[in-house]
Ligand binder design. Structure first.
Ligand SMILES: C[S@@+](CC[C@H](N)C(=O)[O-])C[C@H]1O[C@@H](n2cnc3c(N)ncnc32)[C@H](O)[C@@H]1O
Length: 333
């Protein structure tokens, strides 16, 4: 299949991934909890992905430009650490922009597998990348990367997972260990993981990154309710909720909420939910780490640290890790 992109043939689809049925179940369950919540992965329908791409261009949103700067500066060195004929699997690939310096630095990368929950954006991004890298086999997988999904057969001597964007921060540290250790089976013993991790810093910088002055992050957050109205026939009044982002220093995470401005009643699929004034729906956590904290987390997930790169202001980090212990089922080998 060398030299042939599969992106035009449509993605490999795994059942149970981001579908309307899953979204409905998650919203009904989340709104029934004492602290109402909707999982952040449902931000990413076609409109949500477009809004996220706009967030990445904002002055306040330092992570994207900082991580790209680190990758552009360090991918030469990273490429020399990695074997030839590697397949690159990108989890939560979004617009597949950050993988380019990595692909350029690798010795004969032989396949690229972008995995994302946002179907239309995944297909468009995979097609665009396949056009830019005509020698590369590109196989998009539309799936929830936190669930079991089948990896396509890959003509590769080795595999690496690329996980940029600090998407790992959307998981609690315990869930992050479980996610990363589960992924080791996709890349095998000795396989590599390159992961972007946002670092702890002053709360003002963090808060501004998640509550920009142009209101794009607010629109991104509110799109979750608009999506529920579009896809589930929910009755959210978007003007009756406001975006709130706050750094929770005790937990080491930025939290995003949608706060009800008054008492109200909302129906989702004919099921009523009441909101008190000031009551919120918790929509996202973004955990921040010290370099050593994340190194310890990766170690607990069965990886050894090969290198860590940061920018000069230590805003963001890119960790190069290698699987030293495989998790098969629940057992570590
Ligand atoms: C924070 S964005 C990062 C995008 C891109 N990797 C970057 O660094 O700019 C998170 C990406 O992961 C995807 N995503 C979030 N949760 C996911 C999940 N559970 N399974 C698959 N994709 C997911 C989203 O659709 C989105 O493209």
């Amino acid at each position: 299949m060398g030299g042939q992109a599969q992106a035009g043939d449509g993605p490999v689809v795994t059942p149970g991934d981001g579908s309307r049925r899953d979204f409905r179940a998650a919203v009904l369950d989340g709104l029934s909890r004492p602290q109402k919540a909707i999982p952040s992965r449902y931000f990413y329908d076609e409109r949500g992905s477009a809004l996220f791409d706009r967030i990445c261009t904002l002055d306040e949103y330092y992570p994207t430009r900082t991580e790209i700067g680190i990758l552009e500066a360090c991918c030469g060195e990273i490429g020399r650490m990695l074997p030839s004929e590697t397949a690159v699997i990108e989890m939560g690939s979004g617009s597949s922009r950050k993988v380019k310096p990595l692909l350029d630095a690798l010795k004969t990368p032989c396949a690229y597998v972008p995995v994302d929950i946002s179907r239309e954006h995944l297909i468009a991004s995979a097609r665009a990348l396949a056009r830019q890298y005509p020698q590369l086999t590109v196989i998009p997988v539309w799936s929830d990367f936190a669930k079991a999904f089948s990896m396509p057969a890959l003509p590769a001597k080795s595999r690496l997972i690329f996980f940029p964007g600090s998407t790992i921060g959307n998981f609690t540290p315990e869930a992050a260990v479980s996610l990363l250790s589960g992924w080791s089976r996709h890349i095998g013993l000795g396989g590599h993981l390159i992961i972007g991790v946002d670092l702890k810093k002053d709360p003002q910088t963090l808060q501004a990154a998640y509550d920009d002055s142009a209101g794009v992050t607010a629109a991104f957050n509110l799109n979750l309710l608009a999506r529920a109205n579009r896809e589930l026939g929910a009755t959210f009044d978007l003007d009756a909720f406001r975006h709130r982002a706050v750094y929770n220093a005790d937990e080491g995470r930025v939290e995003m909420h949608l706060v009800s401005s008054g008492e109200q009643r909302v129906c989702v699929d004919d099921q009523p939910f009441t909101f008190a004034a000031g009551e919120s729906i918790h929509t996202e956590n973004s955990y921040k780490y010290l370099v050593e904290e994340f190194r310890d987390l990766a170690c607990a997930a069965g990886y050894r640290s090969l290198a860590v790169f940061t920018d000069s202001a230590t805003l963001f980090s890119v960790h190069v890790l290698q699987v030293r212990k495989l998790r098969i089922g629940e057992a570590a080998l």
